[in-house]
Ligand binder design. Sequence first.
Ligand SMILES: [Zn+2]
Length: 324
Amino acid sequence: MRARCPAHPDADLKPAVVTAEDRFWGLDGTFTYGACPTCGTWVLDPRPAPADMGPYYARYYPEHELTQRAEAMRDKPIAQALGLEWLRALDVVKRLTKLRARPTAEQRLLDAGCGAGAFLRAMREQTGVKVQGVDFDPKCRDFAGATYQVPVDAGELAQQAYPAGHFHLVTSWHCLEHVYDPQAELTELARVLAPGGRLLVETPTAGWLGRLFRGRWLYLQAPTHLYHFTPATLQALVERAGLAVEAVRRPWLPSELAGSLLMALGLKGFAPRLLGRGGGWRERLWRAGLWLLLPLDVLCTLLLKALGDGGVVQIIARKPASEG
Ligand SMILES: [Zn+2]
């Protein structure tokens, strides 16, 4: 399947700015990204048809891993709360409070592409907001329901047919780059948002480290990442969905440098080899390398953030109170 820049569909892509293997999951195949000549967004081109994507997502939420996690966390509120999603929720609440949009117990939050649901649980604990998730993988629905009592609908967002204006806050974390038609996804997210409500969307973007490491960049994640939007293009897509952009940030997300350096040294299979437990001496060596590189990573990614760069972009946008 050929692809186009979602913001500039008439422009012919500059062929193969990046040729890459799947270094994140370690599956076979070679993939290429073209760059939009107008905005510089990287587009996976050609790309697998949606029906052929299954194998590349098979390891996202392995059944045995979710079962182990569910067992470990059952009736343990502290174990459930620990983790990056709690910090992410703290940061979101802080941002929204500054915008006078702190979620309340009367309001509803939708997280599109919610994964295992830990962010929704954290938001509910911190603000009392009523939460709803949607994710393509039914295993996420089962896990989030059983472990966190967080309701999750399985399937694509558009299939859910949520009522217009139903949610006061809609979030989408590292999801839009997986979607074949991101403009349609944003338009649907804006439709279900209540007038005056906020959308928060975060995706990877090829900053300095992305352009340096290219095929060995940690966040490239071919072929599941169909796009690497530039911040300006993501903003344009959000505005075309009818929303008013209030903030464009490059939040700090460590490990971009360390992961990319390990891939440059030959690591294939970042997620299965480094994020799991066990494995042989090679896995232990790679994991030791990650820990060794982490201080340098933290220093470098904090410096990039201070310079207004970094591997992710986050946008907060408001739905106008009246139509028009
Ligand atoms: Zn473009």
